[in-house]
Each structure stands twice: as structure tokens, then as C-alpha cells.
Design a protein around this ligand. Structure first.
Ligand code: CA
Length: 449
């Protein structure tokens, strides 16, 4: 009989819950010893540039390349990435911004870093992906983070985490996309440029100055709220009314417009690169969490951003460019945003394929036959110190909510989680479902203990 701890409490200090910049002492990253493998040993590409594009609150139902959702933005540049790359259908993130970003940056689940919900600050004692590459790759990568940080409000935090150049938005959102606090090199100014355009300009300028391989983490705050009408030349949604009542009455076209504007600007960024540089660049496009409730399409009400239901955690992930040989293919393997740490380190020649909670998915870029994960895990903390946690395998998904209630879904038949197999009117479980639940609980215990 499996024994599952029913309540996993977050150990967050209360003083850290309001998003200030205080550091919490944390366990250090466990050193994973790099092997002596040659850099790029299994690739024909030499030290590719790495462009990680993070979209903010772009759910699967709003993403080109995914069947869910009937209204899609016009995103020709993302569609080009899909047509020339690999689309992951079972990528999981955290349900909100901050823990997803922390898990990419550290390769660790949130329960290990105490970054479990929005505004939890990431301790500077953690080793960032950029520091890891600096310490373990001989390729001389330069790195930058441009755009939304949301891992601390301390202007010096990106630098303390080993980011070579940081410019963008420290906090989780702007009040106005055309009037916002721009942070650059530790100093703050007011920018009246459209954020998506400004982040793109900063990225173009930074890339143009590189003379070594580079890793750019480009985190747009689009299409996060506030819903708004972007500059007309950047989108195809037309001259929508801009008053708040109209936007609130029907936010979907504004949400679409913000994604289209992002895509237009991504196109401008890619066009700024020489053909050779672009060819030698791996592009990872990923959403940070699911769809906001106001603009959800097929997901049930309130089973969206902020929850561990599929609408909160199943996010778009598309890889294309250097090191990606599979063209216009979809991949159903289970992956987690935490895996981007090991994947990007692997691509950079750091000599690892697994570290902390992170497993490199680079093998999938060229081949279908690599089982990276039998299980995927994620979680979300709440203000009361509790957390909802979930784990899935190829067919089933188990959720343990902070109040102790449980759910089990057969995702392979029930992708929108209509039928909780643990509802009393459904019990007892079939033998087959029971075996799946036990396997999920066993793995959950293994992760958490
Ligand atoms: Ca987000």
C-alpha cells in the first residue's frame, strides 16, 4: 500500500510572500559533473546561437499548430517555425509566470527553490542556466535576458543571477503597454514605446553586437493583460474600439492582436540577422502558462491559468533551426519547462543531458525514439502555504489539491478532464485505472521524498 503525504506545505517564509526582493537561503545547486564529451558531439552545428522566446499567458487554444481552439492569431513567423521544426503537444509548465521562469532558470521544481507562485523571489544562491553555461561550456557564450523577469523586484537581481545583460520589465505586468518601467543595467526609466517593440529593439541591438555564440532569453510580456489594441501596423485584427468597456466585453480579438504584434516583431528580429547567423540559431518558442480565463476557448471555466488543470499547464513549445532536424513534425513525448535548462546547456556544449529535475530533450530534435520522461510533474503554491500538485504518465493524470481532495483523469480519452474517475459516483476504479493511479502515486512519492 502506498503512503502519500496528503498535505505538502510550502515552506515559504511569510515575509517572502509579498514579492519583495529578499533572498531566501537555499540549498545550492547540486553539481552535476560534466563529462568530457566533445562539444556538439552529435550535431553538425558548431556552437549554435540559442534564442529562447517566452510568450506570456499564451495558451494552447490560442496557439497556431495546436488543434484546440477555433480562433487563432495570424502568426506567420511562428507558423514558419512550426513548418520547419518540432511542435511538442505534451509540454507542461507551471500555472503562473514566476515558477515557470524559475524552473527554466534553475532546472529545479518549485518546491526545491520555494518559488511556487507569482512573485516568490528566487534566491541568488541558486545557479542559473546562464551561470551553468559560463562554467561548463568552452564555447564562450555571451548571454542576455531581455523582457519580463518576474523573479525579484530587485534591479540588481538579474546581474546577481549571472545574467550578462538585462533590460526589460522586472515585475509581472505593465499597467500600460505604452507607459511602463524599463529596467536596464540597474537603472529605471519610463518607456512610452510599445513594450513588444522595445524588447525587440533591445534584442536586435544586443544580437548585432555579438561576436561570439550567444544565448538570448527574450521574454515578451505579450499577450498578458491588460488587453489592449497594439499599434495598427503590427496586427490584423483591425480598428477595434479602444475603450475599456469594449475591451472587457470581448477581450479575445485584443488578445489575438497582442500575439500577432509579437509575431510581427519576432519576424523583424529574425530579419535583422544574417542568413548565416539565423541558420546557426536554435529557436525555442514556449508559453509560460495557460490561457487567462477571460479569453479561454474550449477549456472549462476556471480550469485555466493559475490551476493545474490542462488549461493552466499544457503550453505551446516549438523548436526550430540549428540542431533541429525534424521538420513539420509533432512530438507527443512528455516534457516539462524545467527540461529547458538541461536542453539549452546540452546545446551549448556544457556536456550534460540531465541535472536536478531537468532532462535534455535535444535527442528528440533529430529522432523520435528517445523516451525522455515516463512522468511529468507540476505544482502551484497558494497564499495559505498549501499547494496543488499533479503528475501524469502517457495516459492518466492525478491531481492532489491543497485541501486533500483528489482527481484522476484518463487524459488519453478525456483531454479536457471532464470525468474525475475518483468521484464517488464513479468508484470503484477499474483494475486498469487503479494500476495507473498507483503508478502515479508511487512516482509522486519518489519526486517529493
Ligand atoms: Ca504568464
Amino acid at each position: 500500500m502506498l503512503v502519500l503525504p496528503l498535505m505538502f506545505s510550502c515552506s515559504n517564509d511569510v515575509s517572502d510572500m509579498n514579492g519583495d526582493a529578499s533572498d531566501t537561503p537555499e540549498e545550492d545547486i547540486e553539481d552535476a559533473m560534466p563529462t568530457d564529451e566533445e562539444m556538439d558531439g552529435d550535431s553538425t552545428v558548431s556552437s549554435p546561437n540559442i534564442l529562447l522566446i517566452i510568450a506570456d499567458d499564451m495558451g494552447l487554444d490560442a496557439s497556431p499548430g495546436y488543434t484546440l481552439g477555433s480562433t487563432k492569431p495570424n502568426m506567420p513567423n511562428l507558423e514558419q517555425m512550426i513548418n520547419t521544426g518540432l511542435t511538442f503537444t505534451n509540454a507542461w509548465a507551471y500555472p503562473t509566470c514566476t515558477p515557470t521562469r524559475a524552473s527554466i532558470l534553475t532546472g529545479k521544481y518549485g518546491f526545491r527553490t520555494n518559488v511556487l507562485k507569482v512573485d516568490d523571489p528566487l534566491a541568488t544562491s541558486e545557479t542559473s542556466l546562464q551561470q551553468y553555461i559560463d562554467n561548463n561550456s568552452n564555447a564562450g557564450y555571451s548571454n542576455a535576458v531581455i523582457g519580463k523577469w518576474h523573479l525579484s523586484r530587485d534591479p540588481d537581481h538579474p546581474s546577481a543571477m549571472g545574467i550578462g545583460y538585462y533590460a526589460g520589465l522586472l515585475s509581472g505586468a505593465v499597467q500600460d503597454y505604452r507607459n511602463w518601467n524599463l529596467q536596464e543595467d540597474g537603472s529605471t526609466s519610463i518607456s512610452t514605446e510599445y513594450t513588444t517593440t522595445k524588447f525587440t529593439d533591445l534584442a536586435i541591438d544586443w544580437i548585432a553586437q555579438r561576436d561570439t555564440p550567444w544565448f538570448l532569453w527574450l521574454a515578451y510580456n505579450a499577450p498578458h493583460t491588460p488587453f489592449h489594441l497594439p499599434p495598427a501596423e503590427l496586427h490584423s485584427q483591425g480598428a477595434l474600439p479602444e475603450d475599456e468597456a469594449s475591451i472587457n466585453a470581448n477581450p479575445l480579438p485584443y488578445y489575438m492582436a497582442a500575439m500577432e504584434a509579437m509575431d510581427t516583431e519576432v519576424g523583424r528580429l529574425l530579419d535583422s540577422m544574417s542568413p548565416a547567423e539565423r541558420e546557426n540559431t536554435l529557436i525555442v518558442f514556449v508559453g509560460d502558462n495557460g490561457t487567462p480565463n477571460q479569453v479561454r476557448q474550449e477549456y472549462p471555466n476556471r480550469r485555466v491559468k493559475g490551476t493545474v488543470y490542462q488549461g493552466g499547464i499544457n503550453i505551446p513549445m516549438i523548436v526550430s533551426g540549428a540542431t533541429v532536424d525534424r521538420m513539420n513534425e509533432t512530438e507527443n513525448a512528455l516534457v516539462h519547462v524545467t527540461d529547458l535548462f538541461a536542453t539549452i546547456a546540452d546545446v551549448s556544449g556544457a556536456g550534460i543531458v540531465e541535472i536536478n529535475d531537468s532532462k535534455s530533450i535535444k535527442g528528440l530534435f533529430g529522432s523520435t525514439d528517445s523516451g525522455i520522461r515516463d512522468f511529468a510533474y507540476t505544482e502551484i503554491g497558494n497564499e495559505m502555504g498549501g499547494m496543488d500538485i499533479t503528475i501524469r504518465n502517457a495516459t492518466h493524470k492525478y491531481i492532489l489539491f491543497s485541501n486533500g481532495s483528489e482527481a484522476l483523469y484518463q487524459l488519453s480519452n478525456d483531454p479536457l478532464e471532464d470525468i474525475n474517475l475518483l468521484n464517488t459516483n464513479r468508484l470503484p476504479l477499474s483494475d486498469a485505472d487503479s494500476i495507473q493511479r498507483d503508478a502515479l502515486l508511487e512516482e509522486l512519492n519518489s519526486i517529493r521524498n
